[in-house]
Design a protein around this ligand. Structure first.
Ligand code: ADP
Ligand code: MG
Length: 182
């Protein structure tokens, strides 16, 4: 029997509060097992990105539980667990045009102080190590998404939330990026 890596139980996420409160996620439950690729499917606006951001702790939850390796990770957690999650859980964002810091060089984006690992990470995603000192605007959408993937993979995460990582890319380069993720 496979071990659960991530369990989402009756998750609720609300944007805003009071009269402006908007309940974006209500009672979402699913389990992702170690080594499994899990696809969360739903129409636009159904809350997929919101769930991903809640798992990453970018958004607070208003109900339910998120367990990672059996430990609750939503709400208040210890500083040690927070550090562990920062290392073990990574996210690749939907839109490579807005998810990269335009004022930072690629070397900084992919991993400050990890020059050798950066070299290898760029090679792993099919980019030249020389690209490390360039800025994101010098790259195509596909290359930018490779930078986003290198950024997520460099810390050897146990778990990656991939939020429609190819939907912003041209049809012709989608397969390349999917193969890379595989
Ligand atoms: P999906 O990724 O499935 O397309 P989202 O998680 O982005 O959906 O959005 C779910 C719902 O939450 C949508 O109705 C959206 O308009 C709303 N929403 C998303 N972000 C915010 C926000 N920052 N403030 C208020 N409502 C939001
Ligand atoms: Mg989305």
């Amino acid at each position: 029997m496979a071990e659960p890596l991530l369990e989402v139980k009756n998750l609720q996420v609300t944007y805003g509060s009071g009269r402006k409160a908007y309940s974006a996620v209500q009672n979402a439950s699913f389990t992702i097992y170690k080594g499994e690729t899990f696809g969360l499917v739903g129409e636009s606006g159904s809350g997929k990105t919101t769930i991903g951001r809640a798992i990453l702790r970018i958004l607070p939850t208003t109900g339910g539980e998120i367990l990672y390796k059996g430990q609750r990770i939503n709400g208040k957690i210890s500083r040690a667990l927070d550090k562990q999650l920062t290392r073990e859980i990574q996210m690749i964002f939907q839109d490579p045009q807005s998810s990269l810091n335009e004022r930072a060089k690629v070397s900084y984006i992919v991993g400050e102080g990890l020059e050798e690992k950066v070299r290898q990470a760029l090679l792993d995603v099919g980019l030249l190590p020389e690209f490390a000192s360039r800025f994101p605007h010098e790259f195509s959408g596909g290359q930018r998404q490779r930078i986003g993937i290198a950024r997520a993979l460099i810390v050897e995460p146990e778990f990656i939330v991939a939020d429609e990582p190819i939907s912003a890319l041209d049809m012709s380069i989608r397969a390349q990026v999917l193969n890379l993720l595989r």
